[in-house]
Design a protein around this ligand. Structure first.
Ligand SMILES: [Fe+2]
Length: 249
């Protein structure tokens, strides 16, 4: 399997490119709008054809490039079954593998950050989206998030994967790229080291985080599979612009 981790510096999002060496089909997971051309160029450089885009959840911090990539390539848009999106070509549901050539993607329903959130296990890796981050986890105060639900998703679903499973998060703000289940279970300061559900709920309730600056535009745009709003305030225009640099994570 061809595997690449790509980075969007604006929202510190990781996009994952998976490619089947035999069928030459590719899938982009959590692709970000300003980076659509960089991502597509890489697909082509690797001799692949973009077949699908897939989301871990409806994002609040960036616009997905799913719609743009469908317009450019005919790729099919895949969202979680629980997402309130009316536009996807296909949906994924819990424990029903999504197949791309020789690649088998196992969707794991991991709500709590949002009520539509999925992680995706591919062999000995798991893409954890915003449910489990390296030494952290996603916030639970918007989009029907719920701390108790996230605690159970992490402990019952993600922490029950084999210790050596590699964790690839949906974001990182400190240039870290990957971790493993054992490391997060042992030392994740929010949810690891045997932290109790009650402590976790208290911690998440008292985080006192700022209101997400792009959420009011991103969520409606992503429910339309990546439609950029017509009139963005000037300070937010870059979210629907073009990537100027090309860091690849
Ligand atoms: Fe998120």
């Amino acid at each position: 399997m061809i595997f690449r981790q790509l980075f969007d510096p604006l929202s510190s999002t990781y996009t994952y490119l998976l490619g089947c060496e035999h069928s030459r089909q590719a899938i982009l997971i959590d692709a970000v709008y300003p980076a659509w051309e960089r991502d597509l160029n890489l697909v082509h450089e690797l001799g692949l054809k973009l077949a699908y885009t897939l989301e871990t959840h409806i994002h609040a911090d960036h616009i997905t490039s799913a719609l743009k990539l469908r317009q450019e390539t005919g790729s099919r848009i895949v969202f979680p079954q629980q997402s309130a999106a009316l536009c996807p070509d296909l949906t994924v549901s819990d424990n029903t593998p999504f197949i791309v050539g020789d690649i088998s993607i196992h969707p794991l329903y991991t709500p709590g950050h949002t009520d539509d959130h999925y992680s995706y296990r591919i062999g000995d890796r798991v893409l954890t989206g915003d449910a489990l981050l390296i030494d952290g986890c996603g916030r639970t105060d918007f989009q029907n998030g719920d701390a108790a639900t996230l605690y159970h998703s992490i402990h019952n679903t993600l922490f029950s994967l084999p210790d050596e499973t590699l964790v690839y998060p949906g974001h990182d703000y400190n240039q870290r790229h990957a971790s493993c289940i054992q490391q997060e279970r042992k030392r994740n300061p929010r949810v690891g080291n045997n932290r109790t559900e009650r402590d976790f709920i208290a911690l998440m309730t008292n985080l006192d985080l700022a209101y997400p600056k792009f959420i009011d535009h991103a969520v409606p745009g992503n429910k339309k599979c990546g439609l950029c709003p017509d009139h963005l305030p000037e300070n937010l225009e870059k979210y629907c612009g073009q990537m100027t640099e090309s860091p690849q994570g």
